[in-house]
Design a binder for this molecule. Structure first.
Ligand code: TPP
Length: 563
């Protein structure tokens, strides 16, 4: 049916036409009887690919990863009640990660609302504190308008989740309403006075530090970040799980504000006299549990640039809060920089040297109880090219990326700022689907059994995805915290695992197992060259639980931390 002729069509058909008009080319779903009409409308819509997933958390995580890669909202479709509550983890992650997500949920018939009908949920109440927008559509004439509104809200200012609820009987009704398509987005820009003041503060600072957040993920934005850093000679630390934003070997790279940072590094950051935080919320993990900068009154001057005014000044007293689009702000700030001046070089050099010193691994990467996962990550770094794409799950296995994988800004890392377990494999699936080239996922044995079922989705699409599974027989991160708080009282963290190699083979993947360090190189070569999905089970040392400590020494060296 032509969109120009505003013929009558069902609300479900208008919904799908509006999604296509909004630029959606792929949706991730687990089907449900509550939105069969939408699926049927998608049957005729050639512009949109439907990816069938095995769990709604997988569908939601895939939509988030896709959004991070395209910069457009990722779309997931799930059924009412159980489907929607399974997808809740994605709504939370999209909020914490500031990722644009549009979640479409089927709903019971309108007349049954409030009866606690089969699979009924009040989504405004369920998702109200996490989503930027929740709308239940009762009038089919409002479909296009509401979808357009959801896309606008998901992408205006700091991105986030929007939820659209679709009563089944409404979807089947006819409407003569027309498609709207994307609307121009308002962009918040810094005033000239704010830019001048930021430039003045930066120019006067002796030891400034720029903290760059996930809003610099697009490749063009990374170039802006680098140009601004070079123009001002200001060192750059990246926020939690954003190690790929800035070349780790660049002399202005000052490190990753992740967990388990050596105390002396945090002490050095504290010596800065100005923090310029751009495109980051300055969340819990990045700020070392609100210790750098310290809340509520940072030791240094703070300029915070973010396009959600609610964030600015909410936790930290901020000398110069600027509600503006972060990338455009840095473009303008770069133009005001002194250029070739190398005023901050000594300070930048010190931070860079310290970051480098922390990379040095003193003990050999071997252990009596299994393969040290760092040795695998090291071998991976040597093999992956400048366009490598990695995803990782929660868990300490990915701590080795910080020690053994010097990221280049041409590479991509997809992970959850929210710390959600289970994102690793679905993000790998979504990235391989979108980019059509080899993607590598790091995941623990705990994380793999949460959403590793999406390996079936990878098999269905014959995706170039290599999953490297660190099997240490433990919810390792929690075990470490347990040893710190309750030494020797291990409960609920040991895992009895399946034979992951055999499991992966049963899915139809090429599967490998690494039991000894000398097998690492050849096994990775074979897995990375596989035609389609491959899984490498690494029988991983539990004792060498993370890149910064061992299970035995952890309790004496670390404070408990959220992982
Ligand atoms: C959905 C979810 N459930 C629970 C947690 C708490 N949690 C964080 S890390 C972790 C254990 C991860 O274990 P594993 O995936 O095996 O990785 P490892 O730490 O052993 O490398 C748990 C349970 C979480 N972050 N997310």
């Amino acid at each position: 049916m032509s969109e120009a002729r505003s013929n009558r069509r069902t609300a479900a058909q208008l919904l799908v036409a509006e999604l296509a008009a909004q630029g959606v080319d792929r949706v991730f779903c687990v089907p449900g009887e509550s939105y069969l009409t939408v699926l049927d409308a998608l049957y005729d819509e050639r512009r949109i690919e439907v990816v069938t997933c095995r769990h709604e958390s997988g569908a939601g995580f895939m939509a988030i990863a896709d959004a991070k890669l395209t910069g457009r909202p990722g779309v997931a479709l799930v059924s009412r009640g159980p489907g929607a509550t399974n997808a809740a983890i994605a709504v939370h992650t999209a909020q914490q990660d500031a990722a644009p997500l549009v979640l479409l949920i089927g709903q019971i018939d309108r007349r049954d609302r409030g009866r606690r009908a089969f699979q009924e949920v009040d989504y405004a109440a369920a998702f109200g504190s996490m989503a930027k927008y929740v709308a239940e559509i009762h009038d089919p004439d409002l479909i296009a308008e509401t979808v357009a509104q959801a896309f606008r809200r998901a992408t205006t200012g700091a991105p986030g989740p929007a939820v659209i609820v679709l009563p089944e009987d409404m979807l089947a009704e006819e409407t003569a309403a027309t498609v709207l398509g994307p609307q121009p987005r308002p962009v918040a820009a810094a005033s000239l006075a704010a830019l001048d003041e930021a430039a003045e503060l930066l120019g006067a600072a002796e030891a400034p530090l720029l903290i760059a957040g996930p809003r610099f993920a697009p490749m063009e934005a990374r170039a802006v970040l680098r140009a601004a850093a070079e123009s001002w000679g200001v060192p750059v630390a990246v926020s939690f799980r954003q190690q790929d934003l800035f070349d780790n070997e660049h002399p202005l790279y000052a490190g990753h504000l992740g967990y388990l940072l050596p105390k002396r590094r945090v002490a050095s950051y504290q010596e800065s006299d100005l923090v310029l935080a751009v495109g980051t919320r300055l969340g819990d993990a990045t700020t070392q549990n609100y210790r750098f900068p310290s809340a509520p009154r940072p030791k240094q001057r703070l300029i915070h640039v973010y396009d959600d005014p609610e964030v600015l000044g909410a936790v930290f007293e901020t000398d110069l809060p600027i509600a503006a689009e972060p990338v455009a702000f840095l473009v303008a700030l770069a133009e005001r920089g002194p250029g070739a001046s190398r005023r901050h070089t000594a300070w930048a050099e010190r931070l860079h040297r310290q970051h480098y010193a922390d990379l040095v691994i003193k003990e050999p990467l071997s252990a009596p109880d299994g393969v040290v996962f760092g040795a695998v990550v090291q071998a991976l770094a040597a093999r992956l090219g400048s366009d490598a794409v990695l995803t990782h799950d929660a868990g300490l296995n990915n701590s080795w990326l910080g020690r053994c994988f010097p990221f280049r800004s041409s590479q991509r890392l997809l992970a959850a700022v929210s710390g959600a377990m289970g994102i690793g494999v679905p993000a790998g699936v979504a990235a391989a689907l979108r980019l059509k080239r080899r993607v590598v996922t790091l995941v623990g044995d705990g994380g793999f059994l949460m959403t590793g079922n999406e390996l079936a989705t990878a098999i269905e699409h014959r995706l170039p995805l290599t999953i490297i599974l660190a099997n240490n027989g433990s919810y390792g991160s929690i075990r470490l915290n347990q040893e710190i708080d309750f030494p020797g009282r291990v409960i609920a963290t040991d895992l009895v695992n399946p034979n992951f190699k055999a499991l992966a083979e049963a899915f139809g993947a090429k599967a490998f197992r690494i039991e000894r360090p000398e097998q690492i190189g050849a096994t990775l070569d074979a897995a990375l060259a596989a035609d389609g999905p491959s899984v490498v089970e690494v029988m991983t040392s539990l004792e060498r639980i993370s890149a910064s400590t061992t299970l035995e020494r952890g309790p004496t060296r670390l404070n408990r931390t959220t992982l």
